[in-house]
Design a protein around this ligand. Sequence first.
Ligand code: 5AD
Ligand code: SF4
Length: 466
Amino acid sequence: MHLPDFNVAKDRTKKENIYIDLKENYSNIFAGKKYFLRTYGCQMNVHDSEAIRNYLETLGFINTENIEEANLVVLNTCAIRENAKDKVFGFLGKCKYLKKNRDDFKIVLAGCMSEQPDVIEEIQKKHKYVDIIIGTHNLFDLPKLLSEHFKKQEIEVYSNSDEIIEGMNYSRDSKITAWVNIMYGCDKFCTYCIVPYTRGRERSRKLESIVKEVSDLKERGYKEVTLLGQNVNAYGKDIGETFSHLLECVAKTGIDRIRFVTSHPWNFTDEMINIIAKYKNIMPYIHLPIQSGNNEILRRMNRRYTREEYLELFKKMKEKIPGVAITTDIIVGFPNESEEAFLDTLDIVKKCEFDGAYTFIYSEREGTPAAKMEDSIPMAEKEERLQRLNELVNFYANKSNQKLLNKVVDVLILGKSEKDSTKLYGYTDTMKLVNVQGPEEIIGNIVSVKINEAKSFSLDGEYIGN
Ligand code: 5AD
Ligand code: SF4
């Protein structure tokens, strides 16, 4: 991707040396300073924030939840839809206000927005109070960039490189479940999507490094890993590996639970299905975005499958993986989506009876092919379609949850419920959220829970044993 012509820092920290001298070189500058980190967007961003946290704390920064006492604010941003971007600009306004009359208040913009030329330009013109813009591929340069910036004044922009980093350290939010990146970027170029531009080409991590990371996590007591990639089935294409081989190697580490997101229907092979069915510690849960149920829209989205092919794959998964739960993503109001095309989407939701779905109104992203497509569908109609779709999606989510009523299921207990502190919460192997009546000692364990209430978005149950 082409970046506008401005000051791009060129010098880079050698990745092998990331941790060796961090403390020695920088801790005198940063020790005792406080950082405030806010994360927007997907699991990939949540995991990147765990790396950012680790860098900052290695440098001597201390976490604060109170932005007013922070010396450094890091916004890890999302660009997938316009409202994600609006939220960040809204928050930047607050930062600008806090920064007034303070020299010791620095603002770093990280994440997907930092890879968009139009955003970078806008920030340089209208939001000069931002200190550093760092791209999604360049996180490992944050320490160096920060130390340089603390000596300089102009906005530092550092984005766009396709290096793949092994051996990254993370300050993980949980001691029970962990995200594990298996690849970066996406080559699919769905016509509506900004991700291939903000996260670059598909790059796979080495199989041995991933397996070692999972084994280490298991040793340290982690119960679950989620293998992360924009498009996990494409894992290994660039290094002569396959996702099914990786899954099998990760399963053999013996870690209790393995999950993976996100899958693309286009390259989900029979072998992958067989491996998922074969290993008990690979969870029977697949997030399989469909986006639309209409062939013409799918073609214009460049999704590379037809509704018939999706249905065939869906059926195969249901047949071969016992008890599998399948969720999806759906976009309504793609440019010039007709009512008939939308009805095809409703129809496929009825056929698949998804366990859940994330639904979105199409949001134009500058620089994507779909942004140039004509669109005569009024926003009010798109909103009305979203509502009709959500009603149907919720109906089937509820139906799937009702099937668990009075059943005993395995739940990995993650902690106390935020909504009701007398209860714990966790997930079934099929990724259903359960609020559990039970003793605190079971946090971190996979336990048997009897379900006594089923709603559309969660289940209630009672701990009955290990
Ligand atoms: N507008 C609306 N939804 C989008 N998604 C991706 N790009 C857009 C866009 N421009 C949705 C897709 C994807 C999910 C992560 O976000 O459904 O699967
Ligand atoms: Fe975006 Fe499509 Fe890649 Fe998913 S597969 S990240 S929707 S381009």
